[in-house]
Write a protein that binds this ligand. Structure first.
Ligand code: FMN
Length: 191
């Protein structure tokens, strides 16, 4: 029987996350690990001392990286800042370079079927064909390092204030419908 489903929500604004500096520690760790390629588990990786990403060992990056790595399904909700993801979320995606480095050196950390990630992006502008393009590409390729596939996103234009959703019933309904669909698909997966 499957373990009971638990939904965890992380608000990135509540966490400290410094930017990746391309120090290459994850690349070196992937080469130097004592565990032979093909035998490293996710748990082994997160128990490595020192952790292969020195920045993550200092800030909240470890918990923030572990949650999506172990989750059964993901949903990312984000505003658009200057045609891209806010810096905090981009910093988290950059930490996934660790998984890319591990894969590059033969460590297969993610098994089983491809997992799915749903995405809700919110922009203040009312139009713009490329408003979400950069964000979607970064999400697609960063999440692929964890064998996560991004599915059809919900893209919302014209929401430009902290309380913009409160006054926009149509957008709120679309978000609820997207959530319901995700929930139904997740329950279906468990059956
Ligand atoms: C730094 C910054 C940059 C932004 N850049 C864009 C942009 O390029 N395009 C856009 O449509 N909206 C842009 N916006 C508007 C936000 O997407 C919009 O206000 C969103 O609702 C903010 O959500 P939040 O209150 O959760 O941060 C920007 C807002 C900020 C603060």
């Amino acid at each position: 029987m499957d373990a009971p489903k638990r939904t965890l929500a992380f608000y990135l604004r509540d966490y400290a996350l410094s930017p990746c500096t391309a120090c290459d520690a994850c690349e070196r760790a992937a080469l130097d690990l004592k565990i032979r390629p093909g035998h490293l588990s996710l748990r082994d990786l997160f128990n490595e001392k020192p952790f292969p990403c020195p920045a993550a060992a200092r800030d909240d990056g470890l918990a923030l990286l572990r949650a999506p790595a172990e989750a059964r399904e993901l949903c990312i909700v984000s505003p658009v800042y200057f045609y891209h993801l806010p810096a905090q979320l981009k910093a988290l995606l950059d930490r996934m370079q660790l998984f890319r480095a591990m894969r590059e050196h033969g460590h297969r950390l993610f098994h089983g079927p491809e997992r799915l990630c749903r995405i809700i992006l919110i922009g203040g502008r009312t139009r713009g064909a490329k408003l979400f393009a950069g964000s979607l590409l970064s999400l697609k390729y960063a999440l692929a390092t964890m064998r996560v596939k991004t599915v059809e996103p919900l893209l919302l234009y014209g929401l430009d204030a902290a309380d913009a959703l409160r006054g926009n019933r149509e957008a709120a309904e679309r978000i609820k419908a997207y959530g319901r669909e995700a929930g139904a698909a997740a329950v279906g997966d468990l059956e």
